[in-house]
Design a protein. Structure first.
Length: 299
């Protein structure tokens, strides 16, 4: 029987080895979206580069249109795709989701010159360096403490004509900010093709030309051409990858160049500082909540 609500959900439980097949099956049955949640309050440790970890027990929530009769779907769930199958759908009331979404994001000032503004709000200061950026596929809207600290540091340190590397670019917010603040050349690097797409789209939206900002996947030969030439190298990733990337990031720095590292907690700072000690003297230059920002100059 169809639901009178605008939407309806089915809630399953599954082992992590069942999730991919269950997702595919639900989409074949007409699911509009599938969301994965922790079913057993199990923390996930920091993933390595390219890893997408899942909980051992996963709650799988499938969203369907309110008019779809889900009885045939419930009766047809293969026994090997889930450990727990719902007996009925749950109605989801309609809301003005666009308005709810927009109400969560407001213009943010980052330092003296820089503002991050969503598209639906006029910039508070038209004469400032305004980056127009909406939440999207890739991480980085300025709301997270690590991104905010990086943006404030760039605002206070980027001078016209500099060469900047944004390693782990995500949405491209840091590289775009560097370009708008005067950097003459920016290299944005990520291992996720979605991040590359998001960075290119956001750069075009903010009138940053391809001649100023280049986007490449990790391993691209273009990265080698930047060896020892960047006045600033910025990486907002995670502590583990920052440690393993120390040789690659420092190799990009010009003598006397500046390194900015974020994505780590205060109790992870010493490990990261030690990994870069042979080449860069890092120290904590900012802290927001439990997150810290490290910065230092190449010897």
């Amino acid at each position: 029987m169809s639901s009178d609500a605008a939407w309806q959900e089915l809630h399953f439980t599954a082992r992590k080895d069942q999730v991919e097949a269950l997702e595919e099956w639900l989409f074949e049955r007409g699911a509009l979206s599938v969301t994965l949640e922790d079913q057993a309050d199990q923390p996930l440790l920091e993933p390595g580069p390219g890893e997408t970890p899942l909980w051992d027990a996963v709650r799988v929530v499938a969203l369907f249109g309110g008019e779809q009769d889900l009885t045939p779907t419930l009766n047809a769930v293969p026994v090997d795709l889930a450990t727990g199958v719902p007996s009925a759908s749950e109605p989801v009331a309609d809301r003005e989701w666009t308005r709810v979404w927009e109400d969560q994001f407001h213009p943010l000032q980052m330092g003296e010159r820089l503002w991050i503004c969503p598209s639906w709000t006029p910039p508070p200061d038209p004469d400032a360096v305004n980056i127009m950026l909406d939440p999207g596929l890739a991480f980085g809207t300025g709301t997270h403490p690590t991104t905010a600290m990086c943006l404030r540091a760039l605002d206070g340190g980027i001078d016209p004509g500099m060469r900047v590397v944004d390693y782990g670019c995500g949405s491209g917010i840091l590289g775009i900010a560097a370009a708008r603040l005067g950097a003459i050349a920016v290299l944005a690097v990520d291992n996720d093709p979605q991040a590359i797409t998001a960075t290119r789209d956001n750069a075009a939206r903010n009138q940053v030309p391809d001649t100023c900002l280049s986007t490449v996947l990790t391993g691209d030969v273009v990265i080698d051409a930047w060896a020892e030439s960047a006045e600033w190298v910025v990486a907002n990733i995670l502590a583990g990858p920052l440690v393993s990337l120390a040789p690659q990031l420092t190799a990009l720095m010009a003598p006397g160049g500046r390194l900015l590292l974020a994505g780590l907690l205060a109790d992870q700072a010493n490990e990261v500082i030690e990994a870069y000690a042979p080449t860069v003297g890092l120290k904590v230059v900012d802290q927001q909540d439990d997150w810290v920002l490290l910065a230092g100059t190449r010897y």
